[in-house]
Design a protein around this ligand. Sequence first.
Ligand SMILES: CC(C)(COP(=O)(O)OP(=O)(O)OC[C@H]1O[C@@H](n2cnc3c(N)ncnc32)[C@H](O)[C@@H]1O)[C@@H](O)C(=O)NCCC(=O)NCCS
Ligand SMILES: Nc1ncnc2c1ncn2[C@@H]1O[C@H](COP(=O)(O)OP(=O)(O)OP(=O)(O)O)[C@@H](O)[C@H]1O
Length: 230
Amino acid sequence: MRLVELTGGIASGKSTVSSMFKHNHIPVVDADIIARDALKKNSGGYKKVVAAFGPDILQDDGQVDRLKLGRIVFSDASKRQLLNRLLAPYISSGIFLEIFKLWIKGHKVIVLDIPLLFEAKMDKWTKPIVVVWVDPETQLRRLVERDNSTEEDARNRINAQMSLDLKKSQADIVIDNTGSRQDLQERFSEVLSQVKRPLTWTEFWLSRDGALSALLGVIIGVLAGKKLFW
Ligand SMILES: CC(C)(COP(=O)(O)OP(=O)(O)OC[C@H]1O[C@@H](n2cnc3c(N)ncnc32)[C@H](O)[C@@H]1O)[C@@H](O)C(=O)NCCC(=O)NCCS
Ligand SMILES: Nc1ncnc2c1ncn2[C@@H]1O[C@H](COP(=O)(O)OP(=O)(O)OP(=O)(O)O)[C@@H](O)[C@H]1O
């Protein structure tokens, strides 16, 4: 099994690239969706976060007001660390469960869309690491336009993450998404062929079919050994 990491900065274009993978029938595990589930009303993460941040972060319907919580954590590093610490176990177990479900189905290449891969030190488990990079001005402009947010809120969110240049320096593959969508599509086609190249032996043994072949090999070996000795 090949675990391809797709990461980058906020609004650098990860979701846009992950849609391209899905269009090419490669499954994507989206950590943002798992993190959203971890904050849904009455979930374990929700209870811990409400206990720590107080009922002021709730909407009238009892759900977490994400905009409000975002304003709090993206302008205060210690509160952000607290939120990360409370949700981390739910997010990592959610990611693991999704990978396991896809493994059971026999998928050999799985893309993990994890924005905070490096910050969470999860980068040792995936290969290759694909970083979607944009220049800082484009990132700020796209973030403000997409979220209809103030420039100050957008800057706070960008500054809450490790610098995109540092992430780029640790990538196996860089997708520069500063240009047009057409440029991105062309670069994506090159990346797709790298991601879909044949599995290495190690990747094969880690896939469901590889594990079943190994198990079958062991069973045959044991049976053959018994026949020889009895
Ligand atoms: C603070 C929250 C409620 C704000 O929700 P909101 O709907 O406004 O944003 P959303 O969840 O869509 O995140 C958008 C982007 O913000 C960035 N981001 C999210 N959480 C963080 C964080 N703790 N630190 C730095 N950047 C973050 C990511 O690039 C993400 O793609 C939410 O982001 C959250 O619960 N964050 C903590 C969980 C987490 O770490 N999520 C990232 C999964 S790896
Ligand atoms: N090459 C491009 N040209 C113009 N707009 C783009 C391009 N790529 C992405 N966008 C737009 O930029 C915005 C950010 O992209 P996207 O949502 O894919 O980023 P992201 O990295 O997934 O963000 P987040 O970290 O918040 O999840 C979106 O509105 C998207 O439509």
